[in-house]
Design a binder for this molecule. Structure first.
Ligand code: FMN
Length: 379
């Protein structure tokens, strides 16, 4: 019997059986899903989302090491870049190790965005991403981010201007629409493709949802029907199983992960294992978590050059590294008061030691609840 694989848009597992002239479902077979953006080609890519104050250079490097196929910088203000603002320029710094990497910029004024894209291009990212999805008031008030969802022709003309101005591919990240009464993504997707966008990431919520409610992945196959450029699914992907489900259910070309990577940076490794083998990895050991946490902290200190400030800013990551561990909240409470790497290191290894030896006991006045993620600013 000869089985001939057929490529079908949904990416389901079908082959064509020549003698029977029938399509047959073969479990475990999936069509290759190669996504190409400029010189970057990834198969079933799992991407790190742009996240302000999170997706900095050390975090991106770490997520790449853990298996993220492409990483994005946090969004960078186009106005800041052309003003030579120190903080914006610092965000352009990329490490060799993190490629493929995209620099994301935002702004409401096309000439400023064009200039900013040219500046960003000098850092030699693999592509430039435009943020048309940020929902926060001070961005929207400047007619940037998701504000452009109210003006799709401007979105398209701005995209075209950037595509014409830089040699690198230009991609776009946006939402479904402004609100549930104005879901414009199908028109917008087509307009952006016509404007030369090399790929489109869709956070499957509307602007007025912010981060509330559920991301509606059912839009992804509809978008895939109207455009030929890669469509990247984003929103509420929280586990390796979700990644598998997102590919299987939607035919997305890649999946982008945001908050779940803060809570569990191992998600990239777990997703890669699951996608390649269909097997779920065991959760990381306490030692692995502590090792990675300390590596990230060390990289952050080296990057910022300010140990004390970095230890303070690093608080948002402790909840993720300790999530679900016995009496983790007590450790977190101690860690948020630390101001040096040495203190963090000592406290974490002491905790690991206590766990191993069984010394931790509820009677020690520890809070027995599992750690909950810290509140981080949500853009
Ligand atoms: C702390 C934080 C910062 C964010 N900053 C950005 C940003 O700079 N640019 C952007 O396009 N989206 C930003 N987002 C949105 C994420 O990229 C992503 O679209 C959103 O979190 C939904 O994906 P998730 O459910 O996987 O988190 C941010 C989200 C969070 C939580």
């Amino acid at each position: 019997m000869i089985f001939l694989p057929i490529n079908i848009p949904s990416g389901n597992s079908f082959v064509f059986c020549i003698p029977c002239k029938k399509e047959v479902i073969i479990f475990g077979y999936e069509k290759y899903r190669l996504m190409q953006i400029g010189n970057v080609t990834v198969e079933k890519g799992v991407l790190l989302a742009p996240m302000e104050d999170v997706s900095d250079l050390p975090f991106r490097v770490m997520c790449r090491r853990l298996g993220a196929d492409i990483v994005y910088t946090e969004f960078i203000s186009s106005e800041g870049l052309i003003r030579d603002a120190k903080r914006s320029l610092q965000k352009l710094q990329l490490a060799d190790e993190e490629h493929p990497v995209a620099i994301q910029i935002f702004g409401g004024d096309t000439p400023t965005m064009v200039e900013a894209a040219k500046i960003a291009e000098q850092s030699e990212p693999d592509f430039i991403d435009i943020n048309f999805g940020c929902w926060v008031k001070n961005v929207v008030a400047r007619n940037a981010g998701a504000a452009l969802l109210k003006d799709p022709p401007l979105m398209a003309s701005m995209t075209r201007a950037l595509v014409d101005a830089v040699k690198l591919p230009v991609t776009v990240k946006t939402r479904l629409g402004w609100d549930s009464n104005s879901i414009v993504i199908l028109d917008v997707a087509k307009m952006l493709e016509d404007a030369g966008a090399a790929a489109l990431t869709v956070h499957c919520r509307t602007r007025d949802m912010g981060h509330n409610g559920s991301a509606d992945w059912s839009w992804i196959p509809k978008i895939k029907q109207v455009v030929n450029i890669p469509v990247i699914l984003n929103g509420d992907v929280t586990s390796a199983l979700d990644v598998g489900r997102a590919f299987a259910e939607t035919g997305a070309d890649a999946v982008m992960i945001g908050r779940a990577a803060i809570a569990n940076p191992f998600i990239f490794r777990q997703a890669q294992t699951y996608l390649r083998t269909g097997v779920e990895e065991e959760p990381p050991t306490v030692e692995e978590r502590i090792d990675l946490c300390l590596t990230q902290l060390k990289m952050n200190i080296a990057y910022s050059g300010n140990e004390k400030r970095t230890c303070t800013e690093f608080r948002k990551f402790y909840a993720g590294y300790l999530k679900g561990l016995y009496m983790a909240s007590s450790v977190r409470r101690d860690l948020v008061q630390t101001s040096s790497y040495a203190e963090v290191e000592t406290r974490l290894w002491q905790y690991a030691e206590d766990l191993k030896s069984g010394r931790l006991h509820p009677a020690d006045n520890y809070d027995t609840h599992n750690a909950e993620p810290e509140q981080v600013a949500i853009v």
